[in-house]
Design a protein around this ligand. Structure first.
Ligand code: NAP
Length: 421
């Protein structure tokens, strides 16, 4: 039987997309969602650096979130509502450039509301101004039920598709997740032998993921949103879909907002406990600057329209190699079997450990079989192979230097303690 979330994958039949033809001049204005998030901030910077565009950013203005003033020299007091949040966020990730001020246009709204929370007139005016839409906004919460994520993740996508077809069609660039393939019971991620994944399901950019078997509310909501975008493409919308795997910090600065992801929490817990679990798995890290560059580059090519792209780390490394790199970076760790390490984690989380909340959060996420960290399928990427060829855009490898860069950023933010001398 089809469940409600699967039915949400059907696009409103009223939405139609008139034929589109590209302008013969460079883009002037685009709409971006999620600029105050992790990936969205890097996409914003990439758009501003690579293209002479104005970027309209849909941003929530929540009471208490708006910062009164900005102390950074050269940072003007923002005059438009929502601007302070974007400015401060870019600043916190080392992305701020005072020259951006005039080119970032905040649009205060909400993905979870009809017409993005805008009055009819403002919605139509926005459609009139923007020539393309980049959709990175999301509520990314693995433990919340589908119903709690539906309005923003699915409804927000519907409203953006409505905008994309208002007064003519405009290209729509949608960020999705590879978890629409992986997050299912019985998914065969292959077996790790000597650090290499053998066998397992082959996932292709040309596959449409089946909804059956998807487990988490978050991934269900991503599937439903993506399914709507695919249907819009069938109705003529010029669009691209970018399914990404886990995104990690900037390859040169380590800047990240995602220190709450599973791998970062694992690294932190290993450092705090002075030990690591022996796991026969590979781990993947994909720097955010690579992802943002690839998305903006692919989205600017006409031959990309109508295609789906998979962005992932092509050379994951054995967990034990990563642990070795952590040790070399000044955090010597002792090996433990997985059950013993989980028990130690639980003990620390229940004791008076200063970081007990972080440790307890990880313990809740880690199952007895460490399934969340395992399994990397094989990939077929005909679209990325074609459209990224010759661009020089490649996912950086996972090296000791990359890991040191990440640890330095974690230290600077107080996420992990100083290394042993
Ligand atoms: N990060 C990863 O490892 C990863 C992996 C696979 C796929 N992805 C995909 O990449 C995209 C970006 O993810 P991310 O990690 O950058 O997410 P994120 O850091 O959690 O950022 C989410 C963004 O969406 C905005 N947002 C949330 N609710 C909103 C609402 N009601 N109205 C307007 N804006 C709202 C947030 O604004 P506020 O600041 O106001 O909350 C924030 O700017 C998503 O499509 C995600 O599924 C990410």
């Amino acid at each position: 039987m089809t469940e409600a979330w699967q039915r949400d994958g059907r696009l409103d039949p009223a939405l139609q997309f008139p034929p589109w033809s590209p302008a013969s001049r460079p883009l002037r204005a685009v709409l971006l969602t999620g600029a105050t998030g992790f990936l969205g901030a890097f996409v914003l910077e990439e758009l501003l650096r690579r293209h002479p565009v104005q970027v309209f950013c849909l941003v929530r203005e929540e009471p208490g979130l708006e910062e009164p003033g900005l102390e950074e020299p050269g940072l003007e007091e923002p005059s438009q509502p929502g601007a302070a949040r974007i400015h401060r966020h870019l600043q916190s990730l080392g992305l701020w450039d005072p020259a951006f001020v005039a080119r970032i246009v905040p649009v205060v709204g909400d993905l979870g509301l009809p017409r993005l929370g805008l009055e009819e007139e403002a919605f139509l005016a926005l459609a009139d101004q923007v020539e393309a839409i980049f959709h990175c906004g999301v509520v990314a919460h693995f433990l919340r039920p589908y119903a709690a994520l539906r309005a923003v993740n699915v409804g927000g996508t519907t409203e953006l598709l409505r905008l994309a077809g208002t007064g003519g069609s405009r290209p729509f660039h949608h960020v999705s997740t590879l978890a629409v393939f992986f997050d299912r019971a019985g998914f065969d991620g292959g077996t790790t032998v000597g650090g290499t994944t053998v066998g397992g399901t082959m996932v292709s950019e040309e596959d449409d993921p089946e909804p059956q078997g998807l487990r988490s509310g978050y991934v269900r909501s991503k599937w439903a949103a993506e399914s709507q975008v695919r249907e819009a493409m069938q109705r003529g919308l010029p669009a691209t879909i970018h399914r990404t795997s886990r995104i990690t910090g900037h390859s040169q600065t380590g800047a990240t907002r995602s220190s709450e992801d599973l791998l970062s929490r694992m690294i932190k817990a290993c450092i705090l406990l002075g030990s690591y679990p022996v796991l026969p798995i590979t781990v993947s890290m994909m720097p955010v600057d690579y992802v943002a560059r690839a998305i903006v580059h692919l989205s600017s090519m006409q031959q990309s329209l109508g295609k789906t792209f998979h962005l992932f780390q092509p050379a994951p490394i054995p967990w034990l190699d990563l642990v070795g790199m952590i040790g070399e970076a000044g955090y010597p760790l002792v090996a433990m079997d997985y059950d013993g390490w989980r028990a130690k984690l639980k003990q620390a989380a229940m004791a008076d450990h200063p970081e007990r909340e972080a440790l307890a959060g990880l313990w809740l996420l880690l199952g007895p079989d460490s399934a969340l960290l395992g399994g990397r399928p094989s990939h077929k990427t005909p679209n990325s192979d074609l459209c990224l060829a010759g661009s020089g855009i490649q996912c950086p490898p996972i090296t000791p230097a990359l890991l040191r860069c990440y640890l330095a950023f974690f230290r600077q933010r107080g996420f992990i303690p100083a290394a042993a001398q």
